[in-house]
Design a protein around this ligand. Structure first.
Ligand code: NAP
Length: 325
């Protein structure tokens, strides 16, 4: 697997990482524990060395820590702080004392002595970002954290944070059907030498073609609350998946692989973190690292995407308030 450097931080990771959230949280019932551990280990065996989790993903850090313990020195573990009581629905809390506490608890749950990349999950309007960056800087000085990251932060926050403690990576949503970061964020990251980690790179599964208008999600599945996933929006957005399937046929690849290859082709410091609960899909997603889109193919794909307007917001109104500040 190709390695990529996250910006100019010196942190090298596999070109495709593994988002572990869905094994425990967000997309219906958690995966069976032993199969989830085995799946994470299969990712390592297939060349993935970059794993993403968070305090707010239920028992996910424990799972990731147990699975990766035998490989600890070969992998990069990223986790996140920033929600009150570690609950994504309980409000924000990035007070320095809370950050210190989460770091201690995450180290314990991950069964490790350092967090390779510690992201603020969402900017907290009640805590100046300089204080957040300062708190993470102290943890870096103590050796408990190696790198600082932000998630869904706006340009001003990124600049202010980076001035206190260099930011290694921004993790925000980016994919063929959510291209907002291209306007301001990617040029800013280029300027500052910060890496970019697109989450939901497969459009929460939609871009793979595996979800249709009639797909029923489990009652606990987060996608039931996403306007872009109403049956009407899904029916309208199928045009984008059809387009992807067409390109995939020509590239002898799958739609999921083209969606990931498209992200990799945008900048050399972009590292997507697709998530899956299934071994065959893990292998398929890793295979995207070998799919190359030439510049003329990229232009053709971009022109085609631009002709397909996407229906529905990516977040419900209450979740939307938390991003881009
Ligand atoms: N910073 C943040 O605020 C934030 C927010 C969301 C996510 N994240 C991180 O980003 C990671 C990835 O995001 P995500 O899980 O939302 O989205 P994603 O990777 O775009 O999509 C995951 C979904 O796609 C399905 N899928 C994966 N590979 C597939 C394939 N090859 N063919 C068909 N279906 C496939 C999975 O279902 P199966 O399990 O059934 O395969 C799952 O439902 C998360 O795990 C998490 O670590 C961060």
């Amino acid at each position: 697997m190709q390695q990529r450097e996250l910006g100019k931080s010196g942190l090298q990771v596999s070109g495709i990482g593994f988002g572990c959230m869905g094994l425990s949280y967000g997309y219906g019932p958690a995966a069976e524990r032993q199969s989830a551990i085995r799946l994470i280990q299969m990712a390592v065996e297939q060349g993935v060395n970059f794993f993403d989790t968070a305090e707010a993903y239920g028992p996910n850090e424990e799972l990731v820590g147990e699975a990766l313990a035998p490989f600890r020195d070969r992998v990069v573990i990223a986790t996140k702080f920033g929600f009150r009581h570690g609950d994504a629905h309980a409000g924000l809390d990035s007070r320095p004392e809370r950050i210190r506490k989460v770091a201690e608890q995450s180290l314990e749950r991950l069964k490790t002595d350092r967090i390779d990349l510690f992201y603020q999950h969402r900017p907290d309007p009640n805590v100046p970002i300089e204080e957040v960056a300062g708190a993470v800087q102290d943890l870096i000085r103590q050796g408990k954290v190696k790198h600082f990251g932000l998630s869904e932060a706006g340009p001003e926050t990124i600049r202010r944070a980076h001035a206190v403690q260099p930011v290694t990576a921004l993790q925000s949503e980016y994919s063929m059907w959510w291209r907002e970061p291209e306007a301001e964020i990617l040029p800013l990251l280029e300027e500052l030498g910060i890496g970019f980690v697109p989450f939901s790179p497969l459009g929460k599964g939609f871009l793979t073609g595996a979800i249709s208008e009639s797909t029923q999600f489990d009652a606990s599945d987060f996608r039931n609350t996403v306007p872009r996933f109403t049956p009407e929006a899904r029916a309208a957005n199928t045009a984008l998946v059809d387009l992807l399937a067409d390109i995939a046929r020509r590239k002898q690849a799958t739609p999921a692989q083209v969606a990931l290859a498209w992200l990799l082709a945008q900048r050399p410091w972009i590292v997507p973190i697709p998530g899956t609960t299934k071994p065959h899909r893990l292998e398929e997603n890793i295979g995207a690292a070998a799919v190359r889109l030439a510049p003329e193919e990229l232009s053709e794909v971009n022109a085609a995407i631009a002709r397909v307007p996407v229906q529905g917001d990516r977040y419900s109104a209450d979740r939307q308030k938390l991003v881009g500040r």
